[in-house]
Write a protein that binds this ligand. Structure first.
Ligand code: PMP
Length: 448
């Protein structure tokens, strides 16, 4: 369907346009190459389209300005880290105040209570702990789960992503559990640590958990890291029933699915996790995450949490739960990601979805766009049932071209996703701008 020669030629034109339009970023990229591994402070940054990354001058609300003076409509929002919008004045003020009163002391600050009560109110789980990132929170939760159950393995969904957590970088190859393609230097063979099951397959989950060696199932309620794969009706109820029946703790990772509403999918869909992880945007951009649990789990953990050797238990960290992080969460959750914020952002995501659908249908392409709350993502196949089907439709050339076309015309999409995150700072005109440039890109691609 897609003419690959045409795609390559259009991509080359866009690369030229990008290089011509970004001389200041090009100079900084050349300088960065001399002292930073791969020329970036964090490896994923090489995944942006274009020969070198755009260097950022500033970001505010849903806008980002680069060092060449281009302004972008930011639909990436730090891949969810800035889902609230960038540079919120109330967060800036709270951070400045807190920084002037001490950032990290290894002691609790009074904000800790407000934060835990707010998380409990939002997610319906009574006991909370902080972490530096969702990766960290997931690692801690897996440890707790193995400790509580005495079972060695964790279960995850095929083609999930839960951060740089060793056990979760695993996929199915037939019946075998193998390292996810791209996982560098796995520390332990994932076949030993991990059970992997396909999303939307309750029978496969039941069969695997019946083996009795799984401590917990860690899952997103909808996959959001291989496009968006929604649960089929009844699937999540079946997951809860099966995990309970096999004594397996259910951990719901709401780091991305917080896009569904103030309490994530857990509240929107009435889920009953034993533990819940949330990270990325809860600190308005400051690195912080949290995990909550039922009273039952908290009761079972209260002994070990106060043990003499808790500092070497493999959970927590020196900078974790700092006064700065807690001030950031308080400033963010008291003013953002509330019902009234989603009431603005979700209709914008609906508008995005309608625009992309219209373009796909106009050209008769076998693609789809999926939406979950204020997150929407298009993918180059009909809606898949599981992660493997979605992974089979990954098309790096096509994705790179579309992203670069949009970037060259002032719209930023998330690298390694075709994802748009809408916030109360976006406008209907921003969404129309995306629809327009996406429509032009597709028209250029499929032109006879
Ligand atoms: N959980 C989910 C569902 C995620 O999508 C991610 C990151 N994309 C993480 C956890 C890890 O977040 P972080 O990289 O901030 O640790």
């Amino acid at each position: 369907m897609i003419d690959r020669d045409r795609l390559a030629s259009l991509r080359a034109d866009e690369e030229e346009r990008f290089a011509r339009g970004h001389p200041a970023s090009a100079d900084l990229a050349a300088a960065a190459d001399r002292s930073l591994l791969a020329g970036v402070p964090m490896p994923w940054m090489t995944r942006w389209p274009g020969r070198f990354p755009v260097f950022v001058e500033s970001a505010g609300g849903a806008r980002l300005t680069d060092v060449d003076g281009h302004e972008y409509v930011d639909l990436c929002l730090g891949d969810t880290g800035a889902m609230t919008g960038h540079a919120l004045p109330q967060v800036t003020e709270a951070l400045a105040t807190r920084a002037g009163a001490g950032i990290t002391t290894m002691l609790p600050s009074p904000d800790a209570i407000w934060v835990a009560e707010e998380l409990a109110r939002r997610f319906g789980l009574p006991a909370w702990q902080l972490a530096m990132s969702a990766t960290d929170a997931n690692r801690f939760v897996l440890r707790f789960a193995r400790h509580l159950t005495g079972r060695p393995r964790v279960a995850v969904m095929d083609w999930c992503y839960h951060g740089t957590v060793d056990e979760t970088l695993a996929v199915l190859d037939g019946d075998r559990v193998v390292p996810r393609p791209g996982a560098l230097g796995p520390q332990v063979d994932v076949a030993v640590t991990t059970a992997v099951v396909p999303f939307n397959d309750a029978e496969a989950l039941d069969r695997r958990l019946a083996e009795g060696d799984v401590a917990c199932l860690l899952m997103e309620p909808a996959l959001t890291n291989i496009g968006i794969v929604l649960p089929e009706p009844g699937y999540l109820d079946a997951v809860r029933e099966i995990t309970r029946r096999h004594g397996v703790l259910l951990v719901v990772d709401e780091t991305h699915t917080l896009c569904a509403g103030p309490g994530g999918c857990t509240v929107a869909w009435g889920l009953e996790p034993d533990l819940l992880v949330v990270g990325k945007p809860i600190g308005g951009g400051v690195p912080v995450a949290a995990y909550g649990m039922t009273a039952e789990v908290a009761g079972r953990l209260s002994g070990p949490m106060k043990g003499h050797e808790i500092d070497v238990a493999g959970v927590g960290g020196t900078l974790t739960g700092s006064a700065l992080a807690l001030a950031a969460v308080r400033a963010t959750l008291s003013t953002c990601l509330r019902e009234e914020d989603f009431a603005v952002a979700i209709p914008l995501a609906e508008q995005f979805t309608a625009g992309v659908t219209e373009v796909i249908e106009r050209h008769g392409l076998p693609w789809h766009v999926q939406r979950l709350g204020c997150r929407a993502e298009y993918w180059f196949c009909p809606p898949p049932r599981d992660g493997a089907a979605a992974a089979a439709a990954v098309d790096e050339e096509l994705e790179g071209f579309l992203h670069l076309w949009c970037l060259n015309r002032g719209v930023l999409l998330t690298p390694f996703h075709n994802m748009a995150l809408l916030s109360p700072h976006h406008s209907a005109a921003d969404v129309d701008r995306h629809t327009e440039v996406f429509g032009e890109a597709v028209a250029a691609l499929v032109a006879p």
